[in-house]
Design a binder for this molecule. Structure first.
Ligand code: PPE
Length: 307
């Protein structure tokens, strides 16, 4: 990971090397944290953070589902992020806010522990490689099931949930695939290890419904709105794995992954198609401020200031 100058930690900007926590922190022992992944892009009007307010709102929702109170409002977190970007002075950044139970009492119950809030930012290129973005990736359906709605709340982007994703992506990588796709216990298509999924069939775009244990992705929502605006019908419904094998096109969305085409699933060749490439282009034009249509989604950072 490429280090930058400062990290925002509990209301202060601290040097990258000094942003430390105690090994007794509750979040380290029990995965009791919530986080976000946000991207800032260079636009003709300077650096802009894509849907920053919605991401911070989701962080608050994630925390609420864990009975965690984040001691900073959405507005305060928003301002902190823009400050941090100004100080670090990188035109394009991945932004990682995290809130977790810190050092106090050890034991599974989180009572008695402070809530620590941190925002990091650093340059992070194409999540699944530059080639993945253009030529598509190879995906494997995981033997690990996606966590169920009554296991841990999948609507919460909670740190502990990502053991599920970690196992799936490592299994896929070790078998020579780029990414994993997880199914629910009932066999419905859910999420990639860090992405939502879309299927194109006979000109209609499908994506799993929220009831299939997915994370309600902000990129999923953006791509849905963009696609509808371009005249496509987008249907959220339960899908099974053979829907993927027989699809005309399949792609993944996520803040980190953006719009990544899938060219093969479980060795079934799908191929990178026109709808995917059109939506990928439209998405990248949106986040880079090249189209005015969705300018309300861009939140601008001030020019670089001295720390
Ligand atoms: N599903 C999962 C499981 C997921 O982790 C993400 C984001 C999404 C869907 C898409 O959500 P959104 O970013 O709001 O469109 N994954 C984040 C973390 C990736 C990581 O490796 O860490 C991300 O894309 O930032």
């Amino acid at each position: 990971m490429q280090e930058t100058e400062k990290i925002w930690m509990n209301g202060e900007l601290v040097d990258w090397a000094d942003a430390k926590v105690h090994v007794g922190a509750h979040g380290l022992h029990y995965g009791s944290g919530v986080f976000e992944g946000i991207r800032a892009y260079e636009t003709p009007k300077g650096t802009a953070v894509f849907r920053l307010t919605e991401h911070m709102q989701r962080l608050h929702n994630s925390a609420q589902l864990l009975y965690m109170e984040i001691p900073y409002s959405v507005d305060e977190l928003r301002a902190a992020t823009l400050d941090l970007l100004g100080v670090n002075g990188i035109p394009e950044a991945y932004i990682r806010p995290i809130a977790f139970y810190g050092y106090g009492e050890l034991g599974v119950s989180s009572i008695g522990n402070p809530v620590e809030v941190v925002i990091m930012s650093w340059p992070w290129g194409a999540y699944l490689g530059d080639e993945g973005l253009t030529s598509g990736i190879r995906v494997k359906v995981s033997t690990w099931q996606r966590i169920g709605a009554n296991v841990v709340p999948h609507v919460s982007k909670a740190t502990g949930v990502y053991l599920n994703s970690m196992l799936a992506v490592m299994e896929a990588n070790r078998a020579g695939y780029d990414e994993a796709l997880l199914l629910t216990a009932d066999g419905y298509v859910a999420d990639g290890s860090g992405e939502n999924i879309f299927v194109v069939k006979d000109g209609i775009i499908y994506t799993p419904d929220l009831s299939a244990s997915i994370l309600p992705g902000i990129t999923r929502d953006s791509v849905t709105q963009i696609a509808q605006d371009l005249g496509y019908q987008v249907v959220a419904k339960n899908l099974i794995r053979t829907d993927l094998y027989l699809a005309d096109e399949v792609f993944m969305t996520g803040t980190a992954a953006e719009v990544t085409p899938i060219r093969e699933i479980d060795d079934h060749v799908v191929g990178v198609g026109q709808v995917t490439l059109e939506l990928q282009q439209a998405y990248l034009d949106t986040v880079r401020g090249r189209s005015e249509r969705w300018s309300q989604w861009l939140e601008h950072a001030p020019a670089r200031s001295e720390a």
